[in-house]
Design a protein around this ligand. Structure first.
Ligand code: FES
Length: 83
């Protein structure tokens, strides 16, 4: 059985499709977004994104299907680093 693609809506109003297990960085790049990175080991939190309201670290999390058919994704804002 062929796996159905997952629709992803980004904060810049772009839409793309991904498969379960795709990495967030390459899918973001397809719509011209760059997810910030730091350690790439899950420690620093630089790569945090919000996926349907849940914060995930993109470097250690693959794309998964959600109960909702669409994943709404935005880059997480860090109140300590932004002024
Ligand atoms: S790049 Fe540091 S947690 Fe992902």
């Amino acid at each position: 059985m062929k796996e159905k693609k997952i629709k992803i809506k980004w904060s810049n109003n772009s839409e793309t499709y991904a498969s379960i297990g795709d990495d967030w960085f390459s899918i973001a790049k397809k719509v011209g977004l760059e997810i910030p990175t730091g350690c790439l080991t899950g420690s620093c939190g630089a790569c945090e994104i919000d996926v349907n309201g849940e914060t995930v670290r993109a470097c250690i999390t693959d794309i998964k299907r959600d109960k909702q058919s669409v994943l709404n994704v935005s880059l997480t804002k860090d109140p300590y680093w932004e002024n």
